[in-house]
Ligand binder design. Structure first.
Ligand code: PEP
Length: 250
């Protein structure tokens, strides 16, 4: 059985002091969670987050990683740098990276390779825009993102890779895919994994839903068979709300 994974994506929010305060408040609220609990935080907060999460069940992730080992890439951070901080997870290919920073399926693939080589667990984001959805292109877009973004990875890599299905039109907008729609689309992602990779990979890979998941809709979304967790933006910034989502089955 696939273990659920609820991950927060803080984006460009919280200072180090705020990180420490939030994790200190959150830790006792999520200590009995049955799922994996992850907070993906800005690079500048990683050390503080690791320190605050020590001895708790909260794992820490970064929000991006570069594919090169080192070199002239101003503003970027390597997998080795994250590994030295003992970071566990890293978000790759978030739609905001694709939209504002030119991320492509090819760069997603290179970043996933670098993350896996450093034994980091990548959370790979895929999802269609509103226009693509309206034009009936959702499946085509997802298939391309999956095939090109995950090209070359073997079965054992999928023990670490988590996929986040995030319809771009639902991120930060308050619009959520219905639980039924999200379940169906994640089912489609599994079909692509089975067809292009292997049936066993489709069965074991954890696939989250992301896009305005919150305290009101998390139970319904998490009750769906294909949905193995959530990638949570806005609602991960308040300890009480994030804890509620983490404890969706209590
Ligand atoms: C996200 O940033 O991955 C996300 C899903 O954001 P929100 O929950 O705010 O829609």
């Amino acid at each position: 059985m696939r273990k659920a994974i609820i991950a927060g994506n803080w984006k460009m929010n919280k200072t180090m002091a705020e990180t420490k305060a939030m994790i200190t408040e959150l830790a006792p609220l999520v200590s009995g969670a049955d799922c994996d609990v992850v907070l993906c935080v800005p690079f500048t907060d990683l050390a503080a987050a690791k320190k605050a999460a020590r001895g708790t069940n909260i794992k820490i992730g970064a929000e991006n990683v570069h594919w090169a080992e080192k070199g002239a890439f101003t503003g970027e951070v390597s997998a080795a740098m994250l590994k030295e901080l003992k970071v566990d997870y890293v978000i790759i290919g978030h739609s905001e990276r694709r939209q504002y920073f030119g991320e492509t399926d090819e760069t997603v693939n290179k970043r996933v390779q670098a993350a896996l080589a450093a034994k980091l667990k990548p959370i790979v984001c895929v999802g269609e825009t509103e226009t693509e959805r309206e034009e009936g292109l959702t499946e085509k877009v997802l298939e391309k993102q999956l095939i090109e973004g995950l090209k070359g990875f073997k079965s054992k890599d999928f023990d670490k890779i988590v996929i986040a299905y995030e319809p771009v039109w639902a991120i930060g907008t308050g619009k959520t895919a219905t639980a039924k729609d999200a379940n169906e689309t994640i089912g489609y992602i599994r079909k692509v994994l089975a067809k292009k990779f292997h049936k066993s990979i489709a069965e074991k890979t954890r696939i989250q839903y992301g896009g305005s998941m919150n305290t009101k809709n998390c139970k319904e979304l998490m009750a769906e068979e294909e949905i193995d967790g959530g990638l949570i933006g806005g609602a991960s910034l308040k300890a009480e709300d994030f804890a509620f989502i983490v404890n969706y089955n209590k």
